[in-house]
Design a protein. Sequence first.
Length: 187
Amino acid sequence: MRRNRIIPLAAAALTLLFALAGCGTVPQPRAVPRVAPQEIGGGFDPQQVVASFFGDLDDALHDPDLRDATRRSYWVERLASYFAPNERDDQRVILSQALTSFVQDMAQLAEDETLTLELRGFDNVEELPTDPADGQRATVRLPDAEIYMLITRAGPNGPVTIYEDTFGPDQLMGNPGKTSPVANVGG
C-alpha cells in the first residue's frame, strides 16, 4: 500500500467519525429520556456519552472482524445509537460508508505493513458552561485527546517506520479548543 493513499483515506474516515461524535445524544440527568437507556450508546451525561462513543469507536477500529459485513453492521448500529432517533438512519449510512472505507484502506496495506492507530485521552471529557436557556445542548472539551498513527514495514532488522504522527481531533474537525457540541434527546 502506498503511504500517500492510506494516510489521507484513514484520516478521512476518522474525520467523519469524529465529526459525528458532536451529534451524540445526551439526555440530561434531570430529564426523563424519551429513549430507553439501553438504546442510547452512552450514559446520562455528556461526559459519559462522549467517552462511551470514543470507546466504542476505538473498539470498532480495532475489531479484527471489522472486514465482515455483519460485524461492521453491529458497529454501525452501536455507534448510530449515540444519535437522536430521528438522525439515526442518516448516520447509519454515513457510519457504514466510513467503516467500509476504513476497512478498504486497511486492505491496501502491503502484507509486510502494519497500521497502529491509537485514540488517546478520549476518556477525559470536560463539560463546559453553557447558556441555561439552552437546556438541549452541552459543549464538551477533550483536553487530552489525540490520535496516534504509525505505519511500519517489516525490515531485515525489525520494523521500519513509514509514517508516524500524533494529532488532535481539532486538527481533523477544524474545531479549535478540542470542543464538540452534544445534543440532548430528553425532554
